[in-house]
Design a protein around this ligand. Sequence first.
Ligand SMILES: Cc1cc2nc3c(=O)[nH]c(=O)nc-3n(C[C@H](O)[C@H](O)[C@H](O)COP(=O)(O)O)c2cc1C
Length: 155
Amino acid sequence: MRNKRNSLIHLIYFSRVVLTADPAGRVRQVNDIARQAQKKNEFSVITSFLILEQNHFLQVLEGERMSVQDTFARISNDPRHRDVHIIEWREITKREFVTSFTTATRTPANEGLFQKANLSPMLQRGTPKAAAVYALARALQADTLAKQGIDHLFV
Ligand SMILES: Cc1cc2nc3c(=O)[nH]c(=O)nc-3n(C[C@H](O)[C@H](O)[C@H](O)COP(=O)(O)O)c2cc1C
């Protein structure tokens, strides 16, 4: 049973990327993050979606409150990014994301979804809107699932 101490929450944050500029090195660094995060999130029953856009990370973390807090405490101290800001932190009734850690960046195939979300002006001005980040992460997940032919499981 859930109670107030371990209720289900999501936390959305954004940060500035501190990775190498070299594209191949950057892929390796993101893969390192994914490997660590996936293992830890599986253990803590965290589900998450990480977007890499215009030198910013935007991530949604879902799980029991204590697990999300512990995970975010580690993430916010990670030198691979800086200026880590929470956009939204709230109780949710159900999870929206199906994997412990998925990451997405702009590609020709999903360009339209990024354009529709229009995060750039928000990233330049200050804080992106939680609803915009959340909607983009959901749309990117739906797109990935549809390509895998398993979208009908999640309607
Ligand atoms: C953008 C970004 C996202 C991350 N996401 C997660 C995550 O979802 N879960 C997680 O456990 N670690 C995540 N990490 C890695 C943590 O910061 C940390 O390196 C990792 O949990 C290992 O922590 P430890 O060295 O204290 O064991 C992320 C790091 C970055 C830079």
